[in-house]
Structure formats: structure tokens, C-alpha cells
Design a protein around this ligand. Structure first.
Ligand code: S3P
Length: 173
């Protein structure tokens, strides 16, 4: 049912802490389609965690793997694809995603993002002296790219995962 209704892969983009993985899983379940996660696929292929890949091979290597994995996942299955927060910044990724998927920006403000990421140690880009300021700066730089997604859905502090799924489905029409 969901798979028939889904003509293109739904690609979730946006900042760390926007809920791409949690909302993506719940959305895929609701639609009855596969859930795909680019960070997870990169980790599986490398047999390393994202922080380990950044530390050992550097961010450019991670971005290369990210592009390859997104391309493969867009070809392989029609479903819901959650991407890492930096994926939609690269023009080539935006092009692949807009050709083969429908992109959805989960847009949360930095207060909400910070509450969700502050206790996690899984984001190498936030391992700085002032991670909150880093998060704010990243958001300020990246907003212009996320805004190029096909659809924007607001993720506010009061929204549950199921609320977000409802909003995404409503936005998909
Ligand atoms: C990144 C976000 C992370 C992960 C990597 C880089 C980013 O994914 O891909 O740490 O550049 O914003 P999440 O958005 O799932 O945290």
C-alpha cells in the first residue's frame, strides 16, 4: 500500500538532532516501506563508527563514502532514507536526491537541536570547546542548503515522533 503510494524515495535532510533517524524509522513503518540510513550504511561498510571514520580517515573521506552510499541507496530501494546532517550541502548530493527522491527538511531551531544532541557523544563535528556555538554556526551556514529541499516540515519542541510522521505525510499529499 505505502510502497505503491510512494513513487520516489522520501529523503530526510536537516541538522543533527532534527530527528531524521527517529522520524524516518517511524515514517517507513507507517508507510510499510524499507528504512534506509546513510550513516548506518557507511558504518556498516567501513565496520567503524562515524567518529572513528572522521578520526582515522578524515571528513573528506567520510563525505566521499556518504555520496557513494546515497547514490547506491537511491538506486536500490524505494523507501525512506535518512541522511547525515552534512549530506545535503554537497551540490552533487542535492542533484541526485532531487532527481531520484523527494527531499524533506526537518527544520528545528537551535534550542531544540541542542536539547537533543547535548548529551550524545556521537557527533565528531560537535567535539569543540563550545559545541552549542558550533551547532548554531553550522545551522546558520547550512540553512540556505536545507531550504532547497522540496518540502520543509517544522520540528518544534512539542512535536512527538508520531506528530512529525503525520506532518510529513500531510506535506507529501
Ligand atoms: C554530520 C551529521 C551526522 C553524521 C556526521 C556529520 C553533519 O549525522 O553524518 O557526524 O555534518 O552534520 P546526523 O545528522 O544523523 O547526526
Amino acid at each position: 500500500r505505502g510502497a505503491e503510494r510512494l513513487r520516489k524515495t522520501v529523503v530526510l535532510v536537516g541538522m543533527m538532532g532534527a530527528g531524521k533517524t527517529a522520524v524516518g524509522k517511524a515514517l517507513a513503518l507507517r508507510l510499510g516501506v524499507p528504512f534506509l540510513d546513510s550513516d548506518h550504511e557507511i558504518e556498516r561498510a567501513a565496520n567503524m563508527t562515524v567518529p572513528e571514520i572522521f578520526a582515522r580517515d578524515g571528513e573528506p573521506f567520510f563525505r566521499l563514502k556518504e555520496r557513494q552510499v546515497i547514490s547506491r541507496l537511491l538506486d536500490e530501494a524505494r523507501g525512506v532514507l535518512s541522511t547525515g546532517g552534512g549530506a545535503f550541502l554537497a551540490e552533487e548530493n542535492r542533484r541526485m536526491i532531487s532527481e531520484r527522491g523527494v527531499s524533506i527538511w526537518l527544520n528545528a531551531n537551535t534550542d531544540v537541536l541542542w536539547q537533543r544532541v547535548r548529551h550524545r557523544d556521537s557527533r565528531p563535528l560537535l567535539r569543540t570547546a563550545n559545541p552549542r556555538e558550533t551547532l548554531e554556526n553550522l545551522f546558520a551556514e547550512r540553512q540556505q542548503f536545507y531550504a532547497q529541499a522540496d518540502i520543509a516540515v517544522v520540528s518544534d519542541a512539542g512535536a512527538s515522533i508520531e506528530d512529525m510522521v503525520d506532518r510529513v505525510i500531510a506535506a507529501l499529499g
